[in-house]
Every structure is written in C-alpha cells, then in structure tokens.
Write a protein that binds this ligand. Structure first.
Ligand code: F3S
Length: 75
C-alpha cells in the first residue's frame, strides 16, 4: 500500500490537497496540511480506492510537500 505525510516546513497552505483528497488531508489552525488519519505520521496505509486522489493531490501540490511512500515512514 501507499503511505503519506505532509512536509509542514514547505507547505504554504495552498489548500489543494484537502480539496483533492478530503478523506486523507486536513489543515491545522494555520492552514498547514497534515495527513489526518495518523496525525501526519505516515504510518497508516492509504486505502486502494483513495490512491488516485492521493496521487492527484501529490501532483497538484505546488511545493511538493506531499510525500508518498510504499513503506511506512520511519522518521
Ligand atoms: Fe500544503 Fe501542498 Fe496541501 S502546499 S496545503 S501540502 S497541496
């Protein structure tokens, strides 16, 4: 499966990801995005039916802040 997290250092709160993949991304009080299901840890597998939205969000992010991995994030 795919896993995702947002690099909040580079996110500019543009809002594309939450619009494109609302089941995956949400925003904090400053509008900075995070992967909401695992509190941006990149530890919860993305459901198969959500993968297309995830990849669209990744493509649409102007700052390449959406990280997508095939393994859990080991930050
Ligand atoms: Fe931020 Fe990119 Fe989403 S700039 S709000 S992570 S589309």
């Amino acid at each position: 499966p795919l896993y995702t997290w947002v690099d909040q250092e580079t996110c500019i709160a543009c809002g594309v990801c939450g619009a494109t993949a609302p089941s995956i991304f949400d925003y904090n009080d400053e509008g900075i995005a995070f992967a909401k299901r695992d509190n941006n840890q990149g530890s919860t597998p993305i459901k198969k039916e959500e993968e297309e939205d995830l990849l669209d969000a990744k493509e649409g992010c102007p700052t390449e802040s959406i990280k997508v991995m095939e393994n859990t994030n080991n930050r």
